[in-house]
Design a protein around this ligand. Structure first.
Ligand code: GSH
Length: 154
């Protein structure tokens, strides 16, 4: 079980680095009025940041220090009842849930490059499959493993 999880994790990291390297050759798209509230320790925030890097989208990044009890701005807490990061603010539109944010950013600001979320419905379904696998299977398993190790050590 542990070795399978480590393998999945390594595959995921290699994929993320590969995608970032391939896409970093393009010119930056700048959208400073789009805001991402994030915490650098959060894996979910990291996946949004990796996506931004993958198609070179520059938006405004606002760090939220969750470890020191920093809260999301009140207006975002009202909308995001879970009070979690990442949260994206694009004008009046506010979105939480990292995978929803990722798909939104790519579709809204990806321009003519559809390689990260291809228009072909079957390929899109496969991308959704991996995003769901990450959020429903991989991340909970890794978190569970980490918590067990954490509490054994402490
Ligand atoms: N399913 C959410 C999970 C978001 C989440 O749990 N974020 C954590 C950081 S990793 C958080 O903001 N925790 C603060 C809290 O629960 O108060 C996503 O994918 O964005």
């Amino acid at each position: 079980m542990t070795s399978t999880l480590i393998k999945y994790n390594v595959i995921l990291i290699v994929l993320c680095i590969g995608i970032t390297l391939i896409h970093n050759s393009s010119e930056a798209i700048v959208k400073k009025d789009v805001i991402l509230y994030y915490n650098h320790l959060s894996p979910q925030c990291r996946s949004v940041l990796l996506t931004l890097g993958a198609f070179d989208l520059e938006i405004t990044l606002i760090p939220i220090d969750l470890l020191n009890g920093e809260q999301l701005p009140e207006k975002l807490r009202e909308i995001n009842s879970l009070h979690t990061v990442p949260v994206l603010e694009d004008g009046d539109f506010v979105l939480s849930e990292s995978n929803a944010i990722i798909v939104y950013l790519v579709q809204q600001y990806g321009g003519s490059d559809h390689s990260l979320y291809p228009k072909d419905l079957k390929i899109q379904a496969q991308v959704n499959q991996i995003l769901n696998f990450e959020s429903r299977t991989l991340y909970p398993a890794i978190k569970n493993l980490y918590m067990n190790i954490h509490f054994i050590i402490i």
